[in-house]
Design a protein around this ligand. Structure first.
Ligand code: E4P
Length: 217
């Protein structure tokens, strides 16, 4: 399973990348706003930090303009994945941009039917949003399981990129289903290291160590 980090915060990406756990990065217009940075400048910087796919999202809504924006974003670095929304025009843009040999991440996917169309249009990644489905009372992970089954049935090579991840449970459930990639905010990736029994065990070991009166260094 690959881990992408879902942020445009360069310092956070650098910290995780140094640990070797970052296979790619996803951004979106809201994350660019949060970063306070210029999209072209920050995306170039992220691409230099992380060799894997870096998703940069178009903001046009008509296919021709999406394609033009996608080409401009892709020209920033060799590891850009152009992110297009799962609309009819987004699918047209996906077909053209993927036909040019560019990586395309089709985002804002909320149904298996949408995921089938994205695969047919040549998407490199499909991004189903599990957290936002959970927010409206649906079971986001059921969609991941359905897409996994469908893609395996027909040997679609589009990678399932689980997005809108809000918890460690989302990450482990996606791994059990066999999703290809999870993109998670830095806080969720860091929370994966925590377990209350680890904290309790370490505290007991350190108390016993103090009682030995020994030092290692
Ligand atoms: C990633 O590609 C998505 O843009 C992101 O995961 C959305 O997450 P959110 O639903 O927490 O905004």
């Amino acid at each position: 399973m690959k881990f992408f980090v879902d942020t445009a915060d360069v310092a956070a990406i650098r910290e995780l990348a140094e640990l070797g756990i970052v296979d790619g990065v996803t951004t979106n217009p809201s994350l660019i706003l949060k970063s306070g940075r210029d999209i072209l400048e920050v995306t170039r910087e992220i691409c230099a930090l992380v060799p894997g796919p870096v998703s940069a999202e178009v903001v046009a809504t008509e296919a021709a303009a999406m394609i033009a924006e996608g080409r401009k974003l892709a020209a920033l670095a060799g590891n850009i994945a152009v992110k297009v929304p799962l609309t009819w025009d987004g699918l047209k843009a996906c077909k053209v941009l993927s036909g040019e040999g560019r990586m395309v991440n089709v985002t804002l996917c909320f149904s298996a039917a949408q995921a089938i169309l994205a695969a047919k249009a040549g998407a490199t990644f499909i991004s189903p949003f599990v957290g936002r489905l959970d927010d409206v009372g649906a079971e986001g992970m059921d969609l991941i399981a359905d897409i996994r089954k469908i893609y395996d049935n027909y040997r679609f090579t589009t990678q399932i990129l689980v997005a809108s991840v809000r918890s460690v449970a989302h990450v482990t459930e996606a791994a059990v289903i066999g999703a290809d990639v999870v993109t998670a905010p830095p806080a969720v990736l860091k929370a994966m290291a925590s377990h209350p029994l680890t904290d309790r065990g370490l505290e007991a070991f350190l108390q016993d160590w103090a009682r030995t009166g020994q030092k290692i260094l």
